[in-house]
Design a binder for this molecule. Structure first.
Ligand code: SF4
Length: 153
């Protein structure tokens, strides 16, 4: 679920009446728009900084961040983190090797089209030495597959 309003504007959980973490939010007295800078427009960096400064003094920052991650808030500053920073938390960084393996069909298509290995490496932002190893591995896999087919025939 995504929302364009800060947590203080969301309906309270009626199953647990009483004090809600949102009641303690430091952003309660701030303009909600402050927490939704539009990326790549003039001033978005400054606005993000200002929003984060409010979060820095917020007593429920951790709870807010957990809530944003659990409910999949894809935009806005929550718990002192921008949307991009939260994406980094959600998904562990892919290693260069994992990226190569995931991109195997694309790499093989590039090779078949005559694209140089160093160009492929640059496009994938991986080490050229690694791309050579991975390509060799793909070729060995293919050769092993051919051998299996020959044996089975
Ligand atoms: S951490 Fe930031 S967005 Fe979350 S409740 Fe506190 S001030 Fe509001």
């Amino acid at each position: 679920m995504t929302t364009a309003t800060p947590p203080t504007r969301l309906p309270r959980n009626s199953a647990s009446p009483g004090i809600d973490w949102r009641d303690q939010a430091a952003c309660n007295n701030e303009d909600p728009e402050l927490f939704f800078p539009t990326a790549f427009t003039q001033g978005w960096k400054t606005q993000t900084k200002q929003a984060k400064a409010v979060c820095a003094s917020c007593p429920v920052r951790t709870t807010c961040l957990e809530w944003a991650l659990e409910t999949g808030q894809h935009s806005g500053v929550w718990g002192g983190m921008s949307a991009g920073e939260r994406r980094g938390l959600r998904r562990p960084r892919e290693t260069q090797q994992e990226r190569c393996l995931r991109m195997q069909p694309w790499i093989e298509k590039q090779l078949a089209a005559g694209v140089m290995q160093k160009t492929i490496a640059a496009q994938l932002h991986v080490d050229p030495v690694l791309i050579s190893k991975v390509i060799r591995m793909f070729q060995e896999e293919r050769a092993a597959g051919v051998m299996e087919e020959v044996k089975a025939a």
